[in-house]
Every structure is written in structure tokens, then in C-alpha cells.
Design a protein around this ligand. Structure first.
Ligand code: F6P
Length: 269
């Protein structure tokens, strides 16, 4: 494959296999300009507070407080440059209540963007809700605490501890399933040019984060995606730099969930 990104010119020979075609698609969607990604978990949900996994609960007061702080952060840091000029930017959430409620205070102003040849109207941070970004579905265990899972399904609990990457909840998902459904998200992240804020969930953000930061599958399960924090990632030509963790409000106390992540086959080149 020969690429000339500056002229948007690609020559592809003999890319017949499944993986080859995926790689070609991925490379053709890579951008050559760098723009930051901001990753944030949703604010504290009612289920977080109860130590329950999954579900579709709304935010607690702490969660709403974080949502307000996040909107202030977006205003100061994402949609403006250092001189205060508008920067067109994107906002993605999952389809779940807790991520949408975390986005609720973010302003959607219309701005005019000057392109190379023309100018166009842009709605800042117009929310786009993706099913792909929904939290790993725990099937029969959805809505339970970890203690309840261990008690009710001891064998399942054991199997998950042995191989969390491949473990699939009864009638639910595994991390490998989540990795597969995140592939279009990664392609879209590569394709766009604007700064992007993703308000997501623990398992899903671990995978996106691991992918960009270049962590191995072995390390990934133990990655920390803290609550009440925005992680800023700036992809470069070779690796992705993690700028800073920006805790927007002091961390709340949550159950200490065991972490796990896997990295999809597409590694940033
Ligand atoms: O915040 C809890 C949560 O997002 C659950 O909904 C989800 O099942 C869990 O984290 C994923 O983490 P782990 O794979 O470590 O159980």
C-alpha cells in the first residue's frame, strides 16, 4: 500500500485478506493532523453508589456536580484555543442515561468555521450517542453487586477471575466482545479532525485508553480510569501522549472494582 496523505492519494495492491482490508481501511482513515481526545467516565450513578454493576440508573447529586464541572472544563479547555477563539469540537456519549446526564450542561453553540475554500456552520459539542460505547453488558449479573455475583454464581465468578479478557457473562458480553464492537469507534476517532470528548464507562474507556496509550493486553486489565477525571490524550505520529489527568472534583469513595482490559488488534502505527 502506498499512501500520500497530503494529496489524499492511496495505491493499494493485492489487499485480499480480511485483516489486510481492515488495515487498509484504517490507514486510509488516519488523519495527519493531531487533535486531542478527552476521555471521561460518567459522573457517579445511583448504581455506582450502591456498588451495583451495569443497569441504566441516573446520576446522584455528586454525579450532577461532576457534570457541571465537566461543562465548565469543556467551555474553557475544549471549545476554545489559548486566545479564546472558537475551536470546533465533538461530543460522544453512550446511549445510557448516566453518560447523557453527564453531558447535560455542555453548551451547544453555533459557530462559523472557516474551511480552506469556504465557511460553514458548526454546532459545538452536538451530542452523538453510540451503542458501541455502552458499558460491557453483564447479562444475568446486570444490576448485581460483585458480592452477590460471587455468592449466586461462584463458578462464573471463578471463571472471570481466571480469564477476565475472554470471560463472557451468562447472556452478556466479554471484554473481547466489547473490543470487537469498539472497532468502528476507533476508525471514527481516526477519521475526524476535531477535538473529541467521550463520556463513557469504565470497561469501554479502558479499552480505548489502552489502545491509544499502547498498553499490552497483560497490562491493560489493571489500567486506572479514575472517576471525576478527564484524561487528555494527544496522538502523535508514533505514539500517543497522555497529557495529564485532570481531576475536576475530589475523588469520591467507590468500591474498588478489579480492572481488566484488552487491546484490539489495531495498534496505532
Ligand atoms: O462502574 C462500574 C462498571 O462500569 C460496571 O457497570 C461494569 O460492569 C464494570 O464497571 C466493569 O468493570 P470490571 O470489568 O472490572 O467489572
Amino acid at each position: 500500500m502506498k499512501c500520500d496523505h497530503s494529496k489524499k492519494h492511496f495505491v493499494v495492491h493485492n489487499a485480499k485478506g480480511h485483516i489486510q482490508q481492515k488495515v487498509v481501511n484504517f490507514i486510509m482513515n488516519l488523519r495527519t493532523t493531531s487533535h486531542p481526545f478527552y476521555l471521561s467516565r460518567h459522573g457517579q450513578s445511583e448504581y455506582n453508589d450502591l456498588g451495583r454493576i451495569g443497569g441504566d440508573s441516573g446520576l446522584t447529586n455528586h454525579g450532577v456536580n461532576y457534570a457541571r464541572k465537566l461543562a465548565e472544563f469543556v467551555d474553557k479547555k475544549i471549545v476554545k484555543d489559548e486566545k479564546g477563539a472558537d475551536v470546533p469540537a465533538r461530543l460522544w456519549t453512550s446511549t445510557m442515561r448516566r453518560t447523557k446526564e453527564t453531558a447535560q450542561f455542555i453548551q451547544q453553540n453555533k459557530i462559523i468555521v472557516k474551511g480552506d475554500a469556504d465557511q460553514y456552520e458548526w454546532v459545538q459539542m452536538r451530542p452523538k450517542a453510540w451503542h458501541h460505547l455502552d458499558e460491557l453488558y453483564a447479562g444475568a449479573c446486570d444490576g448485581m453487586t460483585y458480592e452477590e455475583i460471587e455468592e449466586t454464581y461462584p463458578e462464573e465468578w471463578e471463571r472471570r477471575n481466571v480469564d477476565k479478557l475472554a470471560y463472557r457473562y451468562p447472556r452478556g458480553e466479554s471484554y473481547l466482545d466489547v473490543i470487537a464492537r469498539l472497532e468502528p469507534i476507533i476508525i471514527e476517532m481516526e477519521r475526524h479532525q476535531e477535538p473529541l470528548l467521550i463520556i463513557g464507562h469504565q470497561a469501554v474507556l479502558r479499552i480505548i485508553y489502552a489502545f491509544y496509550i499502547g498498553k499490552s493486553r497483560a497490562e491493560a486489565p489493571y489500567l486506572s480510569i479514575p472517576l471525576n477525571t478527564v484524561i487528555e490524550l494527544v496522538p502523535g505520529p508514533v505514539t500517543c501522549k497522555e497529557q495529564v489527568n485532570l481531576p475536576l472534583i475530589a475523588s469520591l469513595l467507590f468500591s474498588n472494582f478489579t480492572l481488566f482490559v484488552a487491546i484490539c488488534s489495531l495498534q496505532p502505527c
